[in-house]
Ligand binder design. Sequence first.
Ligand code: ZN
Ligand code: ZN
Length: 763
Amino acid sequence: MTDKPHPNTILLRDLFTTHTLTVRARPLVVWSSQLGVLTEKAKRIGEVCLKTLSVVACFTGAWLTTCWETVAFAQDHSTITVEPSLLHLRNNGPREWASFAKQPDNQQLNLEFDFTPKDTLGTLTLTQSDVKESWTVTLNSKRLGQLVRDENELQTDFLIPSGTLKLGKNQLSISCRSNSPPDDIRVGRIIVHSASPETLRRGAMLQIEILNQDHVLSPGRITVTNQQGTLMPIGTKSGNGLAIREGVVYTASGRADLAVAPGEYQITAGRGLEYSAPSTLLQISAGETAKRTLMIEKQVATENWIACDTHVHTVTHSGHGDCTIEERMITLAGEGIEFPIATDHNKQIDYLPLAKEAGVINYFTPVIGNEVTTKHGHFNAFPALAKGRTPDHNELDWGKLFADIYSTPNMRIAILNHARDLHSNFRPFSPRHHLSITGDNLDDWPQHFNAMELINSGAVQTDPMELFTDWCGLINHGLQVTPVGCSDSHDVSRYIVGQARTYIRADDDAPGSINTEAAVESFLHGRVIVSYGLLLKLQVQASNDLETSRGPGDKLSIEANADTTKPATLNITAKVLAPHWSRPRKLQLFVNGMPKFTADLNPKPEPNEPVATTIQWNIPADQLPHDVWLTAVAIGDGIKSAHWPTAKPYQPDSAIFESKTFSCTGPIWLDTDGDGKYRSAREYANDLLSQTPVDPKSGTPDLQAFAKSLTGYDQAVVNQSLALLLKRGIEPSTVIAAGIGKRGREFERQWRQAEQARIEQRE
Ligand SMILES: [Zn+2]
Ligand SMILES: [Zn+2]
C-alpha cells in the first residue's frame, strides 16, 4: 500500500416510502504510515465520520476506534459506513411489541451506496436486535445470508464473496417474507469492509480463564460485548472444547483463546444461576494478546439439591436451532446443569459418550429422555434406553399414549410441556380443552402426566403466574403433578440451556455420578424447586414438633398435642436466594393454590454480594379448615444483562411484556387432622356430595343443603364441588342461586369462557 489518500465516496439512499433521503457525502480519508497517529485523532475523525456519514479508509497498520462501534482494522483494508443508525423494521401486521414505535421506519431496508471495489472478499457488518423471523440480507442480488434469529442485540458479519461489490452503485436489502408472522426488529450500523470476516476478526487475541473460588479452572460462559452491551463477533469458531456464537463463548475447560478485532470489550464470566458474574473492561490493539482471569464465586447455596434441565435439544437430533450435540455438552457444563435430560423430538439420545469426549463427565449425569411430540401435546418422558423402543408419537388418544409411555422400558416420568402454547393447532390448556381453576379436562381425557412445565425459559408466558395457576388447579383436583422449570433450548445462545431449571432433592456430592433412580423417585414425589433466576426454599415446622421440618414434596402430619390444649402453630420459613445480578421483588405463600401472605422484597445487598432474604409466617393450625397443601412463589426483575438475558415470550398474549424471574416449590402436604393421610380438595368435594341428600324423583342433590355443607370449607373445595356438579349437568348459576353466592363466580366465569371457546372451536 501507498500513503496516498484513497478516494472513496458514499452514496446513501434511503428508499423509505415515507421519505427519501439521498446523501452524497464528501469522502473523508485518513491516512497514516505511522502507528503514532492514534487515539485522539481517531476519535475526532470518528465524530466527524458520524456526522457526515462518510467513508473512512485506513492503511498500513494504522488503527482507529471510530464510527461508534469498535470498528477493527486489520492491515490494509477500507471501510464504508452504509447506514450509521439502528432502524426499526416491521415485516407486516400489527405491532409485535409495545416497546417499539407504532410506525416502523419501514417494512424492509433498501440502501444504495457507492464503492470502489477491489476484487477481494469483503465483510458486511451490522448490528441487529429482536430478530425472530427469517430476514434475508442481499447485496447486488446476491444472498449474503440471514440475520441471526436472536432477540439479543448483537453485531454480526456476513461474508461478501469476491466479485459481489460493484464499481459505482451497490444495492443492499434486508427483508422478510411478508407472509411471516409480525416481527419488529432493529437493524443498522451497517459497515462494509474490504476484508474477509476471518481477516477482520483476527487482529487481536483474548485469553480468558474462569476460576472457581478454589482457584480451579471451571467450565463456564464468557460473554463478550462492547461497552453498550452489544454482543460482539468472535473470530474463533466452535470446537476444541468451545461453543461460540456472537459474543457468547462456552468453555468446557475454563480456558478460551479467542481471536477478535482490536477494540474495547466488556468480558463477563458466569456459570448459570448459582454463580457470580465478574466482569472486566479491556482495550486491545492490533497484534496484542490480552489475558484475563475471572473468578466466579458460588453465591446460591444448593447443598442436597441437583440442578436438572428436563428439556434439552440439539440441532443434531432435533433438526432445528443451532446447538450441535458436541456444543451441547459444553453449554450444559458451562451453565452448571448437573442432571440434563436429553429430549430430542421422538428420539432417545445418549449424551454419555460425547460428555466423555468433551471432558465434562464429572460435571453432570446425563439422562436419556424423549420429547414425545404428538399432535395432541408434547410430553417429555424419561428415563429411557438409547436403543430401546420409543413411544408412538402418532398416537392421539391420551389414554393410549400415557399407557404406551409408561410401558416403554425404564420410563417413569411424563411431563406435560408448554401447556399453553399452540403446536399442530392444539393447545393442551386452551379453555376449549381445560378448566384451569379445577384442573378438569373438558374432553374427559385421562391426565396421566405426572409433571408439568411451569416455566419454560425458551417459551415463557406473558403472565408468569398463568401455568402456576393451572398447576394449582391440578393439585386441588387431587393429581400428583410435579412442577417443572426447564429451558427447551435448541441453541447455544438464543435461549440459554438450563436458564429455567428444576432443583431436585438428591445427593449432590458428585454431579458426574448422580443416582438416577433416587433422583427420579425424588422428582416423582415433588421434592423439587422450580427456578428461573431465583431459588426459593420453603420449610414448615409444627410448634409441637420442632424436631421435624418439612420441605417440598413432604407431608407434615399435625399431631394432636396431648400435653396442652393450645393448638399447634405452623412455622413457615421461606428463603429467597439469588446471585448478585438478580433481584427478587415479591414473595407469596399459597394455601390450596390461593394467596395467603404476600411480602414485598427490596433487598439491598452490598455490590456483588448475593441476595438471601428470609421471611417467616405463622399459621395457627386450627385456622386451617381441613387438609391443605402449601407452596410459595418468588417473582423478581427479568435479567437484562447480556450475560444471562431472560427472553421474551415465544407465543405472546400481548404486545406489552415485562420480563420476570420466578421460583416456586413442590407442594408441602399438610395433614391437619393427624390421620396420617392428606386429602385433596377434590376428595372433600366428593365426600360432601356423596353425603348430600338426593331428591328421589329428579335424582338431583339437594343443592341448598349442599351449599350449606360447604361452609367451613375453603374456596378450592367449593370450586371442585362446582366441577363435580357440572359433570352431573348442574350449571354453576344454579348452585350460586342455591346459596354459594359469590364463591361460585370465578368458576362460572371460567366455565363460560370454556363454553365460548368450544362453540367457536378456538384453541
Ligand atoms: Zn415441545
Ligand atoms: Zn422441546
